[in-house]
Write a protein that binds this ligand. Structure first.
Ligand code: IVH
Length: 667
């Protein structure tokens, strides 16, 4: 691959990770890995100005703007910090700064880099006026109502000497204690967990309910004072003044007078940070004198007068006891390293996922190996390497199992994927109970009272061996079980009754159709409208649904081809479970399209693609995924692909514009 190709690849990859991080709140790689990719891209782009693109991920600061909050401009843009993982590079920064300040000595301030959500607070006449998130750096969300609930933020200032109008910036953090309590609560309610305190803090700040924010126990640390009439000409004294007005300023903030001081500060906090009550991801060094700061100036993205040193993910070394193999509800086998318990950033780690056979092989894990475990800010620890110096000479590589550890069936490998799967879908206990647990989950049928333990009991006693059996449960059957009282039986039966009004799209998600997650289930359910239509859709028809590719379409067809599944569907239907979308979303509006097959292509301005697909069906047409001789016409928006256009022309298929289509259906 040449450098130009690598630039494109890096841009795609970083865009994808930005989305996982900012939109899905589900980071897939560590910050360090992300930063490394970003640095590589910055480097390559600086050598290839001809590849310049204003939309490159290097040209934006990630945005946290959310609908529902008023967006307000920042008085001063919120820049980010240049960062590094190496002490040498921090030292080089000090050298560079001193070179740029000829004949002057530079005093620095060392600080913790808090891992939360950046905030800008505006005070007028000593009263909190506004609190704004970082947003895209120039505009942020007005989250004043939420921030007011955070106890460490003064609403009115004490002491003396504050300017009449000023801004103070800092970080909203969720202390480890609050974070653990919140996640325990969410686990109990079967809500998705926050991956780390940073996501929990920013998610909480964006909650539309200040009472909920107040309950979650956020905290704050302030680290930057801005304004016209600041009391002192240096950062440190200004922050100490801010402290005297009532702001929370970290005790770790220290004046540093030399490179030697800087290195000692790094050395100390590299380990001492483990005992802090809040998450930190590094240190920040700033030039103390405001005049020197002004002289050093800014680059497009960050000030030259500050640098962040980022901690490497916390790592521990511990011995492998054995590798076990978990069986998921889809039959996928996950190898898990069972470890001698070891302390890692505040918790004891005993198990870490090895993901799949390929990853296990790459790590080359052998009997009794000493393994490196990392947590990198996420909850689920991972194995990142082996300490070869401590390996026994005769240690044998760990073999991946060839048979299912639960039912003994020989495993099969899914083509094109790293996963081994137990094909015994209907006879393998963890798969069956896993599907039952998924079916009853909060976001699916929401049947309270059946967790992991109860679903295993129900399976062992033969009461529930597939999802259809759930609706045959009775009070008598449940009360015959050991340790089952009237109350717990009633809870389950009430839940079952209520599940009959759960909308059809959630029913589709609850079925555990491989590759059909929550979003896909919604799209499929809406497009099909009801279960009979869904069960009879062809591969092409399914592929016509937005976001459904060939793999998902095949999986849906396979699922409904299995007699067990069809039988279960009939049992659910007979029990009264919703098997169609409500009237209004599928109502027949006209017969204007009269059975015509329509291909939708391009970008539209009046409705979304999904809405057009729904309109086509509502007016008696059919959606198709690709153009053929049978296509009635192509509904084309902007930027219809050239290949499609050519094919339509070749086959003589008419192309219809968005406006003409709307006229045709009388809208
Ligand atoms: S100073 C112009 N100091 O890190 C410099 N930032 O990547 C303004 N952060 O957006 C930032 N602790 O949210 C500064 N002690 C600290 C910090 C800190 C955490 C965050 C902040 C900023 C990001 C920069």
């Amino acid at each position: 691959m040449n450098e130009q190709e690598r630039i494109k690849q890096l841009r795609d990859e970083l865009n994808r990770h930005n989305h996982s991080y900012y939109v899905l709140n589900r980071p897939e790689i560590s910050d360090m890995e992300f930063d490394m990719l970003m640095h590589e891209l910055e480097d390559l782009e600086s050598r290839h100005p001809e590849m310049d693109d204003p939309l490159s991920p290097t040209r934006r600061v990630g945005s946290d703007l959310t609908k529902g909050f008023e967006q307000v401009p920042h008085v001063y843009p919120m820049l980010s910090l240049a960062n590094t993982y190496s002490v040498e590079e921090v030292d080089q920064w000090v050298d560079r700064v001193e070179k740029n300040l000829p004949g002057e000595k530079a005093v620095m301030v060392g600080e913790l880099k808090f891992d939360g959500s950046g905030i800008s607070l505006i005070y007028e006449h000593g009263r909190l006026l506004r609190a704004v998130t970082r947003g895209d750096g120039t505009h942020g969300d007005d989250v004043t109502a939420n921030v007011k609930t955070i106890k460490s933020i003064p609403l009115t200032l004490s002491g003396t000497g504050w300017p009449d109008f000023f801004e103070i910036r800092g970080e909203i953090v969720m202390p480890w204690k609050s974070f653990e309590r919140l996640n325990a609560e969410r686990a109990f309610n079967e809500e998705p967990l926050f991956a780390n305190p940073r996501n929990a803090a920013s998610g909480t700040l964006k909650t539309q309910n200040p009472a909920e924010v107040a309950r979650r126990g956020l905290d704050s640390y302030l680290y930057y004072l801005l304004g016209e009439n600041l009391p002192y000409d240096n950062h440190y004294d200004n922050m100490m003044a801010a402290k005297s007005w009532g702001f929370k300023v970290s005790e770790a903030m220290t004046l540093l007078y030399s490179i030697d001081d800087v290195d000692k500060y790094i050395n100390y906090w590299d380990t001492a940070r483990r005992d802090l009550p809040v998450a930190t991801d590094g240190l920040v060094f700033k030039i103390n004198s405001l005049r020197q700061q002004l002289n050093l100036g800014l680059t497009a993205k960050s000030p030259r007068w500050a640098i962040a040193y980022k901690f490497k993910a916390e790592r521990a070394l511990t011995r492998l006891r054995f590798v076990s193999f978990d069986v998921g509800r889809m039959g996928i086998i996950t190898p898990v390293a069972n470890l001698e318990p070891v302390q890692l950033s505040g918790t004891v780690v005993k198990r870490a996922s090895l993901h799949n056979e390929d990853i296990m092989r790459q790590l080359d894990i052998r009997d009794d190996d000493m393994l490196y475990v990392e947590k990198g800010g996420e909850i689920i620890p991972k194995i990142t390497g082996v300490d070869l110096s401590q390996r026994r000479a005769d240690a044998q590589p760990i073999q991946f199992v060839s048979h299912c550890p639960a039912c003994g069936t020989p495993l099969v490998r899914v083509e094109g994927e790293a996963a081994w799967v137990c094909p015994n879908k209907w006879g393998c206990q963890p798969q069956i109970t896993g599907r039952v647990e998924h079916f009853v989950g909060r976001r699916m049928m929401n049947i309270d009272g059946i967790g992991e333990e109860i679903s295993e009991v129900l399976f062992a006693t033969g009461l529930v061996t597939n999802i259809g059996d759930i609706y045959d449960l009775t009070k008598d059957k449940l009360m015959n079980l050991e340790r089952f009282g009237e109350k717990s039986a009633k809870r389950i039966l009430d839940g079952i009754e209520q599940s009959k009004s759960v909308p059809f799209d959630r029913v589709v998600y609850a079925l555990s159709i491989p590759y059909v997650g929550e979003t896909t289930a919604k799209k499929v359910a809406r497009a099909a409208g009801n279960i009979d239509r869904l069960m009879s859709m062809t591969q092409t028809e399914l592929e016509g649904i937005e976001d459904v590719g060939s793999r998902i379409a095949e999986s849906i067809i396979d699922y409904f081809a299995a007699p067990v599944n069809r039988e279960n569907i009939e049992r659910l239907r007979a029990a009264g479970v919703q098997m169609s979308m409500p009237e209004s979303s599928t109502r027949q509006l006209s017969n204007a399209l009269d059975g015509k097959s329509v291909v939708v292509s391009g970008v539209f301005s009046h409705h979304s693609r999904d809405e057009y697909k729904a309109l086509i069906e509502a007016h008696g047409g059919k959606n198709a995924g690709s153009i053929s001789k049978k296509t009635g016409f192509v509904l084309a928006g902007e930027n219809m692909g050239p290949a499609k256009l050519e094919k339509a022309n070749k086959l003589g298929v008419p192309i219809m514009s968005e406006d003409d289509f709307l006229k045709l259906i009388g809208e």
